[in-house]
Write a protein that binds this ligand. Structure first.
Ligand code: FMN
Length: 238
């Protein structure tokens, strides 16, 4: 081949490969910028995180529900997805201490009722709120059933709620609310879960449905709890 023709072809190819190289650098920079923006937005907004909140009162729109609503509002402001599940009034029984969950290790309780669907929601979520009214200075029956059975199924399966964030929300008329707060936090604490604080223990005072909305300090406590829960979840998961 003529030397001049050969040089011309080589020069042409060199130019094409330089253009290709610059093109690839642009693609790389564009992808880097897009991924950085995506990560920044997801961190800022808390995308993809979910909190499931159980209303342990049989009063569907009572003080427990309204208190949970205040926490959930703060979580939503931070871009965290939320779901409120009606637990009070559900047809669930207590733990039978059969320990089949330890034999089967299938993330389920052998009793055939709604409990397993609640456990499923807890497994899927990054954060769990358990709300309960104060009944004779303790949690409602349904909350106790959830704690005992979900707690045992979790332990039987190498701690299903490990490092999820857990928060208690308590409605109380006068006294016994701190016992409810403790009972729920005992459940979180024994299961490798992480508990955010607030500006007071998470209690709202009121007797008839809606009365809790007059408890200004209670409302502020629930707002602070929601903000702290969102902050903690972002630190842990983003
Ligand atoms: C069976 C029962 C037991 C209760 N025991 C207590 C109690 O020990 N201490 C208290 O301050 N309030 C007690 N209360 C009042 C409720 O805790 C209070 O009305 C609360 O706001 C109910 O929440 P809810 O509207 O979500 O159902 C009891 C209510 C019921 C129905």
């Amino acid at each position: 081949m003529d030397k001049n023709i050969r040089n011309a072809i080589l020069q042409k190819y060199a130019k094409v490969s330089t253009n290709k190289c610059i093109h690839n650098i642009y693609i790389f920079l564009y992808a880097f910028f897009a991924i950085s923006c995506f990560l920044w937005i997801t961190e800022k907004r808390g995308f993809f995180m979910k909190v499931v909140a159980f209303n342990g009162s049989p009063r569907k729109e009572g003080n427990t529900y309204l208190s949970i609503g205040i926490v959930v509002e703060e979580l939503q402001k931070e871009g965290i997805e939320t779901e409120i599940v009606q637990l009070g009034g559900a047809d669930i029984r207590g733990c039978r201490a059969c320990f089949k969950c330890f034999e089967n290790k299938d993330r389920r309780c052998i009793q055939k009722d709604e409990l397993n669907s609640f456990v499923g929601k807890m497994i899927e979520a990054d954060g769990i709120i358990i709300g309960s009214p104060t009944y004779f200075a303790n949690v409602s029956t349904e909350v106790k059933a959830l704690i005992d059975r979900a707690g045992l199924v979790s332990r039987a399966n190498d701690f299903l709620f490990r490092r999820k964030v857990g928060a208690a929300v308590v409605a109380v008329r006068r006294a016994g609310g701190t016992d409810v707060y403790s009972s729920i936090n005992y459940f979180f604490g024994i299961g490798h879960m992480i508990i955010p604080g607030s500006s007071y223990w998470n209690l709202g005072f009121g007797r008839t449905p809606g009365e809790v909305l007059k408890d200004e300090e209670g409302i502020a406590t629930f707002r602070d709890l929601g903000r702290n829960m969102a902050w903690l979840m972002k630190k842990l998961y983003c």
